[in-house]
Design a protein around this ligand. Sequence first.
Ligand SMILES: [Zn+2]
Length: 413
Amino acid sequence: MVPADTRIDIERFWATIERSAEIGPGRPGGLSRLALSDADKQMRDEFASWCRDGGLSLRIDGIGNIFARRAGTDNGLPPVVIGSHLDTQINGGRFDGIAGVLAGLEICRSLDAIGHRTRRPIEVVNWTNEEGGRFSPPMVGSGCFVGAYPLDWARGRMDDDGKSIGEELARIGYRGEMEPTPHAFDAYFEFHIEQGPHLDREGMQVGVVTGGYPSTGMLVEFRGETAHTGPWPMERRKNALVAGARLLVAVDDLGWQYAGSGGKATAARLVAWPNKPGILSDWAQAVCDVRHPDGETAAVMAERMRRAIGESAARAGCTAEILDSWNWGGDIFAADLVDEIRANSLAFGYRTKDIHSQAGHDAYFVARHAPAAMIFAPCRNGITHNNLELCTRDDLEPGLNVLLQSVLARADR
Ligand SMILES: [Zn+2]
């Protein structure tokens, strides 16, 4: 039996965070480690070598998800899985996602240090392209794993330079042979920074995540006609850039209308072609999303966003098509895992709070496949997707200890 006060080694964990923070540097203090870039490859290589050094066996699936397994005493049983993502936004921080993957490694190292072999195997997973910062949609690796996205479709997603996920996986040596068909998980735990201000503001040490804000995102394409910006009559203009701009303003307005009850709406991205002075654009793509703590209200917001697409296109004389849409959130996490996390946190004496995630996470997809839960650590002022994202050892250690005990309880039963 492992003593209930067994803890992780925060200095050892911190050293892996610091090494990761050197790979793909962005603005000062931050990271710019886009999915399947050279920096992502370098980080994957580093992670894989740490795993091999720890005696973990590695497998890579067809969408580049990396699974590192620590054997149990009964390897016929499904593993307890810990995971998150090593890719970052273009102006990302050092902790978002990364802390969750390296947490899994630290759990294995902590068990090695006390010479404990769990009954069930433990797996650490790095999911491909969680951020969606280079390839849309986000959370492609975990979505593919659970069958939400077909493998061929996912591999065909392209970045702004016309490079596909499949080509880039092959280029960096991470296009595995294994079909991303889901092998059974006993349970899935994801440790993540909160990415919001609540835990930090309230002096809480551990966030017990009970679910996520129901969210709907869309990739919308507008088609119009190029023409001269001078002589062409207003009533004949089909400016796709304007259609996209109208949509994004409408979506932002939606966010303000629901802000009082906790709603959010995001105008995330607009690209257009030719997007030059002197000519009207005949093509535009926009990415937008809505989210709300209440599921029914979130659905109303999504419907209003959908209506805004048609209205924006019509006002600009264009046509619109929703190329892709994604949904996640709700009270999807497993009650017994959530209870386990809360009980372990309270047993350590940590200031503990139940919380909803407002961001998307791989755990949302995994929850379709296996019992899943998340543990949040506070981050300074909630700043994230920003090079100033900041956590200290003290911010991270409580959640990691709770993760260790929760994984042990699950893996040894
Ligand atoms: Zn993340």
